[in-house]
Design a protein around this ligand. Sequence first.
Ligand code: NAD
Length: 334
Amino acid sequence: MELTIIKGDGIGPEIMDVTLELLKAVGADFTYDVVAAGEGAIGTHGDTLPAETLASIDRTGLALKGPLSTPSGGGYTSVNVRLRKHFDLYANVRPAKTLVPGGRFEGVDLVLFRENVEGLYSGDERWEEVDGHPHGRGILTASNSRAGMLRFVDYSYRAAIAMGRKRVTLVHKANIMKALSGIFLEAGLEVADRYKGVIETDTLIADDCGQKLVRWPERFDAIVTTNLLGDILSDVAAGTVGGLGLAPGANMGDKACVFEAVHGSAPDIAGKLLANPTALLLSAAMLLDHVGWKDKGDAIRRAVVSAIEAGERTRDIGGALNTFGFMQAVLARL
Ligand code: NAD
């Protein structure tokens, strides 16, 4: 099976090398097509998202991706957003699960579904001059379509049911953004009706969801929400189970799927071998489940949890191991 690999920027190459080593150790027999994207691709290809990278994912339909840097406030458009739009990866799946007891919260086991190609991440933006200042006003045009919301929510319900989830919480901001968020809520409740009796549904306004997540994260089962809200709330959820170093994700479409950690390129620790590879490892485990190699995915998950339980941890979760030290600890358990 062919798999596209994008090592990414910052800590990307460090954690991807570890992940590929562990995929080899569980006998995941992929043929890799390693391609460039992000900041690093500017020097080699003159483009943050080279045509050959798109062609590779077009062919394989499957990618494991490291984080890609995006400059804030200006510069080039997010490569992540371009990738999600190009391949119509309309559902972003981000589980947050307590891996080992003893953290701030016990028994957290939720999955957040985030709409991934519409809404406030449209990229349709411009500056307007006001009183001679070129950045006098920032303008964003965002839309959510009924068809897009129905497709995304229906996917989320089907996936939540397949994962054995019992309750979906539709998270919105329709009290303020009556059309943009209202259309999501409308579609959400319509889809909820289709699955009545199979899975429960409740609704929450996003700000309330934020405070409840940091008080009682264990009460959530499946959260289904829109693009920006999902991006923020999935980081909050990750924070309740030990932080971004442990949070995996998947971008799902009908023609391609791209698996990646929730976190970014962590420029503050890049090149220092301080990164926790767990989030990308667990993303790779999700990829293995997706292609039907659940036993291999389980093997990675078991080895990671066992290493962390034994206190073999990277610095972000209170340990002293560097990235490769943690890899050795996981390898020893496979
Ligand atoms: P970040 O996720 O890179 O880092 C936030 C904090 O978490 C930092 O303190 C970092 O050191 C820590 N952290 C992140 N991953 C870690 C890991 N594996 N192990 C240990 N600590 C880890 O977020 P940021 O600093 O806001 O963004 C940096 C860059 O990443 C930006 O250019 C942003 O656009 C990009 N980004 C990319 C993606 C993606 O590729 N999917 C996602 C988010 C941010």
